[in-house]
Design a protein. Structure first.
Length: 352
């Protein structure tokens, strides 16, 4: 199948990082000024999206952490409310890889909840279980600014952040990684410091994902991943989802100067460096992402067209657009099930 439009239509397409407006966003079932709404997803052939409950970093105080948790839970309720049928459009909340595939088969848009910034849990790891119960597939460990779990790639001087606070992950951060593994939540290392990213890879029993990052070799930005980090993802089965954030694609990039070609340059680089199995696609729409040719979800087919133009085969495009991300979702789910099964076996041994 060489026709790009036909290939795009036949491919399960998943955008691994989409922000939602807050607190009073426009109705996602209508055509809005947002970069992503359900009509744009349908028009652009975008089958699935990870919609994130984003919590900005604030002071590391109990009061701010409580407010952050309340915001994250309220945003997850808003995301879950998208899982309905209205105005001729249907969407479904999908917490597992199989659910995403099922939504695709049924012609229903897949909504995958996620949380951006571990500040949302403060120092209370029990919130992770509440998040998973609400369908959360991944948690981005930090945002801009250090939190109680880890150092950020972008310390916040206005919050009094030193260059490093924990030397990577804190002790609590290591516990959080283990708890996410237990629950089947993917560990997202976008935004964390280089040291924290490498420690998360080492601590996690499930491959980690950078849901919205690019390659340092093509754009030297603290949010991007250098060659050693990319190699580490390859060696541990992890994944980086190239994102349509202009400053991550080109130094001093702006949405009116950076285009689909430069986006796929980063895809090319990662694929050539570490292999097709370790690369994917994200937009960071409504969180700053937008480039010439992919300004909103309705233009998603332009990414496929550029991949076809560069010679990617149908199977490779399927892997980039969603197959690789679903593989990691399934790995997290299976690890959680195996841990639960192991606990049951140990209980039986104790009883005997």
């Amino acid at each position: 199948m060489t026709d790009a439009a036909a290939l795009h239509s036949a491919t399960l397409t998943l955008d691994s990082h989409i922000d939602i407006p807050w607190p009073n966003g426009a109705d996602p079932f209508t055509d809005t000024e947002r970069h992503v709404d359900l009509p744009k997803m349908r028009a652009g052939g975008l089958d699935a999206g990870c919609f994130v409950a984003f919590v900005p970093q604030g002071p590391r105080t109990a009061e701010d952490a409580s407010q952050a948790a309340a915001r994250a839970l309220a945003m997850l309720d808003t995301i879950r409310a998208m899982g309905t049928t209205r105005g001729g459009l249907s969407a479904r909340i999908c917490a597992t890889a199989d659910a995403v595939l099922g939504a695709r088969r049924d012609g229903v848009l897949a909504i995958i909840p996620a949380v951006e910034n571990g500040h949302a849990i403060g120092q209370d790891l029990t919130l992770l279980e509440r998040f998973r119960a609400l369908g959360v597939a991944y948690v981005t460990v930090t945002h801009n600014g250090h939190n109680w779990l880890a150092d950020s790639a972008n310390p916040r001087r206005d919050l009094g952040d030193p260059p490093t606070l924990h030397g990577g992950l804190s002790g609590l951060g290591r516990e959080a990684v283990a708890e996410m593994n237990r629950l089947g939540i993917l560990v997202d290392v976008s935004h964390v410091s280089r040291q924290a990213m490498l420690q998360a890879v080492s601590e996690s029993r499930v491959p980690v994902v950078a849901t919205h990052s690019c390659a340092t070799a093509l754009c030297d930005h603290p949010r991007n991943l250098d060659d050693f980090q990319l190699d580490t993802l390859r060696d541990t089965g992890g994944l980086v989802q190239i994102t349509a954030m202009p400053p991550f694609l080109r130094v001093r990039g702006r949405s009116d100067t950076v285009g689909v070609g430069e986006f796929v340059d980063h895809v090319d680089y990662v694929v050539q460096r570490i292999g097709i199995a370790h690369c994917g696609i994200s937009s960071d729409f409504d969180g700053g992402g937008a480039i010439v040719g992919w300004r909103h979800a309705g233009e998603s087919g332009n990414i496929t067209a550029e991949l076809v133009r560069r010679g990617y085969a149908a199977g490779e495009i399927e892997a980039l657009w969603g197959g690789n991300f679903l593989r990691l979702m399934r790995a997290a789910e299976q690890h959680a099930l195996q841990r639960d099964a192991g606990k049951e076996v140990r209980k039986e041994v104790v009883l005997f």
